[in-house]
Design a binder for this molecule. Structure first.
Ligand code: HEM
Length: 216
């Protein structure tokens, strides 16, 4: 058999190279931590409404004192958001370097083109399976876009004192906010899709992404 010709539909059994697995899990961890900072900031601690609660409870604390405490707590949570943000920036730069100069099996664009080619060449009976693989890859393309937007807008928010960035600060803030929901949407679709694939047609997919061993 000529090994240079890829099969029409079957995606090659991947052994998810260590680099990809590292990037995947480091990103998953950091995004989860970012979401947790927002959960604490906006839902659990909610320092602004805590001030109002404190006021109405009649405790012996002045409003400026309560506001100051709320501000300190809020700033601490944002500081963690920014540390995790910088770690995400580093991972994003690492990803960009891989995309621009890494080997083709680590380059997303090369893998996306491969899947598109297999979809085009698939006989009618295999079209649906090839279509599902193409759909999954398209959601990853969207995820990389969302991540890029998050990193870019996050940096604009960090450098809020830079005069030429002031004009787009509000837009960046709104975009950062909305993109968070798009990322949450991606995570939900991704987790459901992966569990579905693991159960139905690609047994061992999750352990390959964790341990990286080849499917027997
Ligand atoms: C996917 C991960 C991320 C999520 C879910 C997320 C979510 C959010 C949300 C919801 C806000 C509040 C915006 C508002 O108040 O309207 C925020 C603020 C902010 N984010 Fe992120 N973010 C993420 C990644 C990043 C990254 C990568 C950076 C840095 C490069 C960053 C830096 C910031 C900064 C500086 C603020 C403003 C903090 C402040 O008001 O003091 N974020 N983020």
């Amino acid at each position: 058999m000529d090994t240079r010709i890829a099969p029409a539909v079957e995606a090659p059994t991947k052994d998810y190279r260590g680099t990809l697995r590292f990037w995947h899990w480091a990103n998953a961890l950091l995004i989860s931590l970012q979401l947790m900072t927002i959960l604490f900031q906006k839902v659990i601690v909610k320092s602004k409404s805590a001030v109002t609660e404190l006021q109405s409870s009649g405790k012996d604390v002045s409003v400026p004192q309560a506001r100051e405490l709320a501000h300190i707590i809020s700033e601490r949570i944002w500081a963690w958001h920014i540390y995790f943000g910088w770690a995400l920036v580093a991972l994003w730069v690492f990803w960009l370097v891989l995309q621009l100069s890494g080997p083709s099996e680590l380059r997303f664009s090369a893998r996306l083109l491969g899947v598109l080619r297999r979809y085009r060449l698939a006989p009618p009976a295999d079209k649906s399976k090839a279509g599902k693989i193409l759909f999954a890859k398209t959601t990853y393309a969207l995820f990389y876009l969302f991540l890029t937007i998050m990193v870019a807008t996050g940096l604009i928010l960090i450098f809020e004192d830079v005069s030429w960035l002031k004009g787009i600060h509000h837009l960046a803030e709104e975009t950062h906010n909305v993109t968070m929901y798009l990322i949450i949407g991606f995570i939900l679709i991704h987790v459901v899709g992966v569990v579905w694939a693991e159960m139905k047609e690609d047994h061992g997919l999750i352990s390959r992404m964790v341990g990286g061993e080849e499917k027997k």
